[in-house]
Design a protein around this ligand. Structure first.
Ligand code: AMP
Ligand code: GLY
Length: 421
């Protein structure tokens, strides 16, 4: 079976690496891919939202399964595009249809979904330009910190947390009246601040049954000790030591099950990954957000631990028979450490030569490109170096050992991944 993975990051390189291990995987393509996917797949120079270009490639290369990495094509309706086209209807698409992808595309939609299905989450209210005065009054009635969320996709920057009431009110006005995040902040969700430790839970569903993948924790801040600016993710660990069996059962019964049942009840067609961003408040798991894809860099630690054949899982999702598959997970701990470009997450330079990539197994490319025989940096996040260990310390150390052999000008990585576990 020929397979296409859409995207160009570490998540997509990991998907390609894992799919390559499947006996049934024929020719594997990545669009647009990076220098890492080029080692295990054929890169196609097509943008992730170029649906026409993707269609042409699917027909030309007899692709039967498309795995969508990032959210944007899903929120724009790539799955619906395939279903609406007679020539593409037979192709399996891993990723929800547009209506269900709104779980990530609109925070207000996600909150309403959680309320409707009694899924534990922060209390909230939503406001528009017409109700900005009500929004300010709402802020006055609540206590700091104030959590303001742009409703739509804002490249991971749409959440603002503030301590000061006046600052929160002017931020609300900037979002609603001055469109700080463009169309994405034409609606704003104001949320109760939840205090606790965060974790990521990925569920794969065929719309009816589901499997819950191993939990992971990512490290979002640029600086050690979780300080400084937010990034796309600087490292991750799986499993998460504070997730006891009891806590996992709570996640399963209070959150995962009602989420999948809610999708069904609401008639939201879902064949793909649900990424549930969770926070542990005391002993209670609560949902911070839904994403309709895998997380990055969590994928770089979750997929290596899967013993079950990934392509078989995807085929079962497409055929709607996921209930027949038992998930097998490696008990070893996996860690990943992200090497980023100097300056990231602010301005940084691209095009630096990466040395020392030689014979490394789980070095997933997040932002790279090839030029002749050289591999160059091509993004803020450049390489996710994953390793196994008997415990998290050993796993993280193994990644640091690998990183010692790799270099590019300005390379930076956090030396404390897993410090809080
Ligand atoms: P989101 O884009 O919804 O994932 O939010 C980005 C980050 O903001 C989350 O990973 C949390 O660290 C933080 N955050 C979001 N909502 C809340 C909340 N209600 N309470 C505390 N922190 C939050
Ligand atoms: N690592 C968080 C995300 O992928 O959104």
């Amino acid at each position: 079976m020929n397979v296409l993975v859409i995207g160009a990051g570490g998540r997509e390189h990991t998907l390609c690496w894992k799919l390559r291990q499947s006996e049934d995987c024929g020719t594997l393509f990545a669009a647009p891919g990076n220098a890492g996917t080029a080692k295990c797949a054929t890169n196609l120079p097509i943008g992730v939202t170029d649906f026409e270009g993707i269609k042409k490639a699917v027909l030309e290369h007899h692709i039967e399964l498309v795995v969508v990495g990032p959210e944007e094509p899903l929120v724009r309706g790539i799955h619906d595009y395939f279903l609406a086209d007679k020539a593409l209807q037979h192709v399996g698409v891993i990723g929800p249809e547009k209506a269900a992808a709104t779980l990530e595309g609109s925070k207000a939609f996600a909150k309403e979904f959680m309320m409707r299905h009694h899924i534990p989450t922060a209390a909230y209210a939503e406001f528009t330009a017409a109700t900005v005065a009500d929004g300010e009054a709402y802020l006055e009635r609540t206590t700091p910190p104030y959590v303001l969320k742009a409703d739509g996709l804002a490249a991971g920057k749409g959440v603002v947390i503030l301590e000061n009431l006046e600052e929160a009110k002017s931020e609300l006005r900037r979002m609603l009246l001055e469109q700080k995040f463009g169309q994405a902040s034409s609606k704003v969700v104001i949320e109760e601040f939840l205090s606790g430790i965060e974790l990521s839970c990925f569920v794969l569903t065929d719309g009816s049954s589901y499997v819950t993948l191993p939990m992971a924790k990512d490290y979002k801040r640029i600086g050690e000790g979780d300080t400084g600016l937010n990034t796309g993710g600087m490292g991750a660990i799986s499993p998460v030591p504070f997730v006891t069996e009891e806590f996992r059962n709570k996640i399963e019964t209070q959150i995962v099950k009602p989420t999948i049942e809610g999708l069904k009840k609401d008639g939201l067609p879902y064949k793909g990954f649900v990424f549930i961003g969770l926070i542990k408040v005391g002993e209670t798991p609560k949902v911070i957000e839904y994403n309709v894809r895998l997380g990055d860099p969590e994928t770089e630690v979750v997929l290596p631990r899967l013993k079950t054949d990934l392509l078989s899982l995807f085929k079962a999702v497409h055929q709607g028979c996921l209930q027949d598959i038992e998930l097998e997970v490696d008990s070893k701990v996996a860690a990943t450490v992200m090497a980023v470009s100097g300056g990231y997450p602010e301005a940084y330079e691209k095009g630096k030569v990466i040395r020392g990539l030689g014979a490394t197994e789980m070095v997933f490319h997040a932002g790279t490109t090839s030029k002749g025989d050289e591999v160059l940096t091509h993004g803020g996040r450049v390489l996710a170096v994953s390793s196994f260990g008997k415990d998290k310390d050993e796993a993280v150390q193994n990644s640091y050992e690998t990183l010692k052999g790799i270099s590019f000008e300005g390379m930076y990585y956090r030396k404390d991944i897993g410090f809080d576990l």
